[in-house]
Design a protein around this ligand. Structure first.
Ligand code: NAD
Length: 441
């Protein structure tokens, strides 16, 4: 079987590589020549654990290749995946120009039956727009080539994308014809043989499932963050509360960790897009509007704590920062809480020296030299007034506090991820502020 995957970002590159790992021939396509050149030279443009090994293996086997030429990639392909970005438009709705641009290009070049599968996260109705765009291009050519559209939203998480793709909790596929179902079953045969459930449904429900899933997850985070803020006011400890509620099987213990607000390329834009879709249908999604408002506020929670410790004037203070990416094990900086915290601190006249194990290059692309980039976590502590923890990289969990206390100007940590225990920080006499727990001063 041969397929094309259009878009070689986090989703397209991981999906294409993982499909090739199941024995399928995959041609990955991107308009970004730099990316395609890198990939053709054996370099991976993103950081994703485990990707490099299977990438190299399948390139060597000749099953995985990269091109900027969509037309050529379509030859003999039984399915084409559209996995390009769907960034937020000015009004918060998903911008479909890349998805529909690819659909048109497919319509201009296809010459045999294939299934056009939308893997990008797209609002309900988009697959029908994809279909209309292809039909329009075929009509311009005077061609009547049969094809099907399908929706196959992706649920992988950056940082564990390969594992998530190869061992999915479920595969959701929206289809409208038996032929499309047959092709999708063939494509996912290896996953079915391994017992991973594949849920076939109508296309609208499939498109909606992705938004509902991300919105539910964002809701859990905002809910927990607001409970954490209340815990601080009433003198409760959110870590205890989390364990207390998480042991109820109906609630579950995942995704109920408080922090500095959700970020990344998906939750903020997908929540926004669903709110916008609902508004378009005259339905106000009040829960999600509150989820967004809480998240916005939460990104500034550490700033408030910093100000209440140092006083309102932060001019001339220097902060160390551990973590820049929106979460560990990724270099993705899109909508990262660190960006909000950095912006506010710089506005206040403070300076920042930051360390992230993999996101520094990406951070430099966005922030330039407005902050200093440290060579390791200890380097980010030298002569700073306080340390701020923004991303919970595993290596930050057990640092040598004896070294840190000698490097810091004052023994003060603002921990946006609750990676240390207040009691242990009290013992070693650090000022320690975390989320939803007592402060140690
Ligand atoms: P990304 O920005 O990392 O990659 C998108 C790629 O598409 C880029 O390399 C870009 O050059 C390419 N592209 C744009 N227009 C193109 C065109 N006309 N032809 C060929 N390539 C083109 O995006 P991503 O993070 O991989 O996300 C892709 C989609 O998947 C989005 O809709 C996103 O919401 C969704 N999604 C993302 C994740 C995630 O964790 N990143 C998870 C699930 C779903």
């Amino acid at each position: 079987m041969k397929i094309s995957v259009v878009g070689t970002g986090y989703v397209g590159l991981v999906s294409g590589t993982c499909f090739s790992q199941t024995g399928i021939d995959v041609v990955c396509v991107d308009v970004d020549e730099r990316k395609i050149n890198m990939l053709n030279n054996g370099q991976i443009p993103i950081y994703e654990p485990g990707l490099e090994d299977i990438f190299k293996y399948n390139v060597e086997k000749g099953r995985l290749s990269f091109t900027t030429n969509l037309k050529d990639s379509l030859a003999d392909s039984e399915a084409v995946f559209i996995a390009v970005g769907t960034p937020p438009d000015e009004d918060g709705s998903a911008d479909l120009k890349y998805v529909l641009g690819v659909a048109r290009e497919i319509g201009r070049h296809m010459n045999h039956y294939m299934v056009i599968v939308t893997k990008s996260t797209v609002p309900v109705g988009t697959s029908m727009k994809v279909k209309a765009a292809i039909l329009d291009e075929l009509a311009k050519r005077g061609e009547n080539i049969p094809f099907d559209v399908a929706s196959n939203p992706e649920f992988l998480k950056e940082g564990s994308a390969v594992d998530d793709f190869l061992k999915p909790d479920r595969i959701v596929v929206g289809i409208e014809s038996p032929e499309a179902e047959k092709t999708m079953r063939k494509l996912y045969k290896a996953f079915l043989l391994n017992g991973h459930p594949i849920l076939f449904m109508d296309i609208s429900s499939s498109e909606m499932t992705k938004y509902a899933a991300n919105s539910m997850l964002a809701t859990k985070i905002s809910f927990m963050n607001d409970i954490a803020n209340l815990c601080e006011l009433v003198g409760a400890d959110v870590s205890q509360v989390r364990k207390g509620i998480g042991s109820d099987a109906r609630i579950g213990n995942k995704f109920i960790y408080p922090g500095t607000g959700y970020g990344g390329s998906c939750f903020p834009k997908d929540v926004q897009a669903l709110v916008r879709t609902a508004d378009d249908y005259g339905h106000s999604l009040d829960i999600l509007k509150a989820v967004e408002a809480v998240n916005y506020r939460q990104k500034e929670v550490l700033i408030k704590k910093i100000k209440s410790h140092f006083g309102v004037n932060l001019e001339g203070l220097k902060f160390g920062m551990w973590g820049l990416a929106f979460k560990p094990k990724t270099d993705d900086m899109r909508e990262a809480p660190s960006l909000v915290i950095i912006e506010k601190l710089l506005q206040e006249g403070a300076s920042i020296v930051a360390f992230d194990p993999v996101a520094q290059e990406e951070a430099h692309r966005i922030l330039g030299d407005s902050i200093v980039y440290a060579k390791d976590e200890y380097d980010a502590c030298i002569d700073v007034d306080a340390l701020i923890i923004v991303t919970e990289w595993p290596e930050f969990r057990m640092p040598n506090f004896r070294v840190i206390e000698k490097l810091l100007k004052s023994k003060t940590i603002f921990d946006g991820r609750n990676i240390y225990e207040p009691e242990e920080m009290q013992e070693i006499k650090f000022n320690y502020y975390s989320i939803g727990r007592k402060s140690v001063v």
